[in-house]
Write a protein that binds this ligand. Structure first.
Ligand code: NIG
Ligand code: FE
Length: 404
């Protein structure tokens, strides 16, 4: 597709543009113009453009899913029954299930298997419009196994059209073999894992699960401070199960994104604004945990925070589709569809510091986009979970198409 001009015409709407804009054109991987067909016809030689007819479908930027745990072994469907019997996330964890069980199956998996499984998840995600994905380690919890997970993510990125941004999450949980010597595990993360990950350039970001039953505020800050010294960006799981008060410290340290935020109090919102930290909301997680309280997304948005929406795809929350995440956010956080879509595209891009490249359909941005066979954006939450015909363009190339 390189060199020539490519375009899509006859869209019912193009996200982020007025309704009379129905045409988008790009060259190589870069958007040249979004406009009405009449205006494009006046400026370009129409017959030289290789067209896709959108047939009154909507056009959106490719989704940017900025929080996932992709490269893991095994699955945990047996936990569904436990959850239905009333076991909480923490109870499952302390009985040796949850993350502990996925750590075991990930340690048992080969690098090649983890790469293959990551590729298969990327394929599934691409088929529902996700063109950029963040992917965390965190199920190895030994030097060797964390590196194995990050290598699988790297290999998958090299073999797949989707852009994959790697995050080191060695501090996901204290593994059971360190249960009586937590500080020794934190030291292992700081002294061995982080320097090696940085030296091998296997991660862009460092994440920590800072919560009750995981890592304390002090442990988290010592890990993140070291990560920052080594040149890694910072993003953190916080306030999912309990409010430990990390937000003021993590934002001051330069966290790009703070994620979950189910129980973050309103008086901490100002820190996100002051430090330009993205509030990354993951409505799939309270959904699969059967929780009543979702992150206060509407209030955050109304107060001017930049919000992102992400899948948190992991063995506890097997949701690959951002359409479904948008639906959950609309119904449970009362986000208007346009805000939820903005959070799933431009918001995610900000949370990965890619806002100059992806997440918006504008001149100079990457041609990462999707044609969704729906009449309007409200139909995304409305038709939650139904199969929708779609074409996906990544880096200017048509990489998925079920439209015709
Ligand atoms: O973001 N909460 C911590 N980590 C993941 C879940 C990991 C798991 O349960 O395997 C999350 O929800
Ligand atoms: Fe997560």
């Amino acid at each position: 597709m390189s060199g020539a001009l490519h375009g899509i015409k006859n869209a019912s709407s193009i996200f982020g543009h007025s309704n009379d804009f129905d045409t988008i054109i790009w060259k190589d991987a870069v958007i040249q113009e979004v406009n009405s067909f009449a205006n494009i016809s006046a400026k370009y030689s129409i017959k030289d453009i290789e067209w896709i007819n959108a047939n009154k479908s909507i056009i959106l930027p490719g989704y940017v899913d900025s929080h996932t745990h992709l490269a893991f072994g095994g699955s945990r469907e047996h936990e569904v029954e436990w959850k239905l019997q009333g076991m909480s996330y923490s109870e499952i964890l302390s009985s040796g299930g949850g993350i502990h069980s996925t750590v075991k199956s990930t340690r048992d998996a080969s690098l090649e298997h983890l790469t293959e499984i990551t590729l298969s998840f990327l394929n599934t995600m691409l088929s529902t419009g996700t063109t950029t994905v963040e992917a965390k380690s965190g199920y190895g919890l030994t030097v060797e196994d964390e590196i194995k997970q990050l290598k699988a993510i790297k290999q998958a990125n090299e073999r797949h059209s989707t852009t994959v941004i790697p995050t080191f999450l060695g501090a996901h949980l204290v593994p059971s073999e360190y249960k009586d010597e937590e500080s020794a595990y934190v030291e292992l993360v700081i002294e061995e894992m982080l320097p090696l990950v940085a030296k091998k350039k296997l991660a862009t970001y460092c994440d920590v699960f800072c919560d009750e039953g995981a890592f304390t505020v002090d442990q988290t800050l010592s890990i993140l401070t070291r990560a920052k010294e080594l040149g890694l960006g910072i993003r953190v799981h916080i306030d999912e199960l309990a409010h430990l008060g990390l937000a003021p410290h993590a934002t001051a340290l330069g966290a790009v994104s703070l994620d979950h935020l189910l129980v973050t109090p309103e008086n901490e919102f100002e820190y996100f604004k002051t430090h330009d930290t993205v509030a990354n909301l993951l409505p799939g997680t309270p959904f699969v945990l059967g929780l009543e309280d979702y992150a206060p997304g509407k209030l955050m948005h109304n107060q001017g925070l930049t919000i992102a929406l992400s899948s948190d795809f992991n063995p506890n929350c097997w949701i690959t589709s951002m359409d479904i995440v948008i639906g959950l956010a609309c119904y449970n956080m009362k986000l208007p569809p346009s805000v939820a879509i903005q959070a799933s595209t431009a918001g995610g891009a900000e949370g990965l510091e890619l806002e100059k490249e992806v997440g918006r359909l504008e001149k100079g941005m990457k041609a990462d986009l999707q044609i969704i066979n729906l009449p309007n954006i409200e139909s995304i939450p409305y038709r939650l979970g139904s199969q929708i015909k779609r074409a996906v363009v990544k880096n200017g190339e048509l990489v998925h198409n079920t439209l015709s």
